[in-house]
Design a protein around this ligand. Sequence first.
Ligand code: K7E
Ligand code: CUA
Length: 675
Amino acid sequence: MKSWKILSIFSTGGLGIVLVVSFVFLFLFTSPLKTSSQKKGKSPEGVEEIAKARDLTPQDIEAALKTYVPTGKYDDYLMFCSGGHSGQVLVIGLPSMRLLKLIAVFTPEPWQGFGYGSNESSDILKAGYMPVGKDRKLSWGDTHHPALTETNGDYDGQFLFINDKANARVAVIDLRDFETKQIIKTPNIISNHGTTYVTPNTEYVIEGSQYSTPLPFYNYAPIEQYQEKYRGLITFHKFDREKGRIDESNSFQIELPPYGQDLCDAGKKESDGWVFCNTFNTEMATGGIEQGKPPLEAGASQRDMDYLHVINWKKAEEVVKAGKVKEISGAKVIPLETAIAEGILYFIPEPKSPHGVDVAPRGDYIVISGKLDTHTTIFSFDKIQKAIAEENYEGKDPYGVPILNFKDVLVAQLEIGLGPLHTQFDNEGNAYTSVFIESTLAKWKLGEPYNSGDQAWTLVEKIPVHYNIGHLVCAEGDTVSPDGKYCVALNKWSIDRFTPVGPLHPQNFQLIDVSGDKMQLLYDMPIGIGEPHLCQIAKTDKFDPWLVYPETGFNPATMTKNPKAALAGKERIERKGDTVEVWMTAIRSHFNPEHIKVKEGDKVKLNITNIERARDATHGFGIDGYNINLSLEPGESNTVEFVADKPGVYPFYCTEFCSALHLEMAGYLLVEPKE
Ligand code: K7E
Ligand code: CUA
């Protein structure tokens, strides 16, 4: 049994805890509510009684004080998380761990009206469908890695990117309205993984492929021809910040051997201009368990070393400008031979089936973690440059790519624990690595110039997490100026942490205070939407979102005022042949017009504007039986087109409880039968 031993605090913590203890004591001795209300059968009152009744330890109270954000107060940080298979992005406040928003990205989302009738969102979704079988709807995504736009290697709060591993797509979210603006189906690859990562001024969004397929994509080649015909690719999506869109005409790809490219990270500061990507299958195993061959997992784990790809993207950009590319499926591709000949691509041996690659804040070190190795391995960018300049190679791979000498670019290897995966950084020269198999978060010290003497490259502390941590994320922890303060363990398993809700368990985000000498676990947040992979945490003052759209009749897809938007006083219905076009406004608590009379088979086009200017005065627009629902935020204009193929009378109504007379905010779509 745990007991309320206030004195035990003193054995566990530093100054912070003493302060909290003093606070709790002060509160206890000055609280007028110290009655023994429990005896009288009442609810416990006062801090001491509540703590006793709820079996809370002083550590629990300290954690609560550190995370509680009182009603009406805002969080210090925003955390943007991949929503995993949901295909969406989660926005969470820190330190409260309150879910603030789910941003619809790759998956239709009814509340936001994303993909439920509005032309604007349907067009964005459709742009991401596969070019083969174009009419096959993709209505999910496997989101892994969100990335905030950066200026000089720091988050600037303007845009967010997120990938879909399952279909090799990349999306752009505008952080003025926190809505998805663009989905790109990347040419020549079917799946991705090492994406989205950005270069320090968001010149490019990086996308590494994962499972190699024949090139060009959708070509067939038997699996026996894996080594000759299958290829990996890295894509550099040019980002046009002015337009807030990826500019495919200025994007390019580099052909790579079929090594199972995994995560990537962009160089920064001194390593700006370079990109680093892992691989886990330099064995080029393809499985075939049903034919008695070693399964893919065993085949891909035979060699002691795989290859870190070291890619000079500034050089690649020049090569593209010089036209030394092949056009494949409409994309500019630098062939593998050209990448080698032009000094764009080098390999470094890396142990063993690595997962994360992470560049230190100054851009000087590249940290690799091998899933099957107990170490993190640290390479020096300086040494890499020196080895390249001196052509200090230990050989070439079967495709002719020069391999740098492992020992000559290595700085340190740190024994971390079983299954290290990903690393982030703080503002005091510390690195934090997630350790999957043993379920811990490990804190360790970087070497010169971050730490010197026997401090350098030392393991400091490990904290248990629950359980099987995948990624971790720390406050601005992958930028040139990390904040420290908080890290969040993004755990794959929760096992016994929450009230059981069936065999599919929630995943578990654990907030960890890393500001003190000892790491302290503060809070468990169950995530009922799986499987989240990576998040990004940025200070809230980096964002300046709109509270209403800037002008009435605003089209969120173009982020401009729609000249054809319905406006107050200009509401009307016009018929041209079999097309009926409606200009409708919405304001508390009516639509205008309220009767839409059409004939069976007519094409109907609705232009609807929410003409409210008040904050949070959102209206919905749903048509019963037609699978249509829009969300119209103040000022927003949407269009919806459909064929009135079902005769009858269909109420439409406002789907958002907007006012006392919200239920009365309705009308009728009257579809008169043909004959
Ligand atoms: Cu989950 Cu970055 Cu896709 Cu590691 S990845 S955990
Ligand atoms: Cu408008 Cu309810």
